[in-house]
Design a protein around this ligand. Structure first.
Ligand SMILES: *Cc1c(COP(=O)(O)O)cnc(C)c1O
Length: 225
């Protein structure tokens, strides 16, 4: 198995090249190392190599490993990229710094209440179901503008941007372009899009946050939820 610290350096170089091709500042692209299913033995070397942004898709799994790992470095940023249940909002707000999966009014409200209660301000992304897949989380494109208004005007939530996970069998580019278009017309600058197979393409289409797992940590044996 290749060492994840070496792999992440390669991914960072590829990001810098893609940014340069797209005439973008590489510093405007945050690489989130998605460490779901991997244990501290795989994650620590990446922290030691100086990487600071990590992502997980399950609150429960994160609670089991990140409180300890967070003590490895005081300036880690932890991203939740998977679904959030409102009964986990309290723990999620306490542990994470960024949530990419705001996808319904009930969650937006629960996050707002918890951030107020805990005096913490997280960066929030709204997940858009660009492929309108029934089994997938996210707001469908036709309802995006109204939901963003609900978050911002009714709840007073500051939003960082939008996130999508294109359908596995589709070419991702039209989904990335659609996400960028919805963000632009709503005045949002953050675009969380692109994974191991397509992060360079996402950067061409404006990604500000790429979520890369297997290209850094290797193939996952445990199936993620
Ligand atoms: C697992 C996961 C990723 C990373 O996927 P890879 O293909 O391993 O890079 C990115 N985003 C989300 C939401 C994920 O659940």
């Amino acid at each position: 198995m290749t060492d994840p610290a070496t792999c992440i350096a390669d991914v960072r170089s590829a990001i810098d090249r893609a940014a340069s091709t797209a005439d973008r500042d590489p510093a405007s692209i945050t690489l989130i190392a998605i460490s779901k299913t991997f244990g501290p033995d795989r994650i620590k070397p990446v922290i030691d190599a100086g990487h600071r942004h990590f992502g997980e898709n399950r609150v429960q799994e994160s609670l089991a490993k990140w409180p300890d790992l967070k003590s490895e470095a005081s300036d880690l940023t932890l991203h939740l990229v998977g679904p959030l249940q409102s009964n986990k909002a309290r723990e999620a707000v306490a542990l994470f710094d960024v949530i990419h999966s705001v996808d319904r009014p009930k969650i937006a409200r629960a996050l707002k209440d918890e951030m107020d209660r805990q005096g913490r301000k997280l960066d929030l992304f709204v997940q858009i179901n660009t492929g309108e897949e029934p089994q997938k989380a996210g707001i469908v494109p036709a309802e995006a503008d109204a939901f963003l208004d609900t978050c911002r005007l009714d709840l007073g939530l500051g939003l960082k941007g939008l996130m999508c996970i294109p359908p596995v069998d589709d070419h991702p580019a039209p989904h990335f372009a659609l996400l960028a278009k919805i963000a632009a017309r709503n005045g949002l600058s953050g675009l969380s899009m692109g994974m191991s197979a397509d992060y360079e393409e996402a950067i061409m289409l404006g990604a500000t946050h790429v979520r890369v797992g297997s290209a850094i940590f290797g193939a996952r044996t445990a199936k993620p939820a």
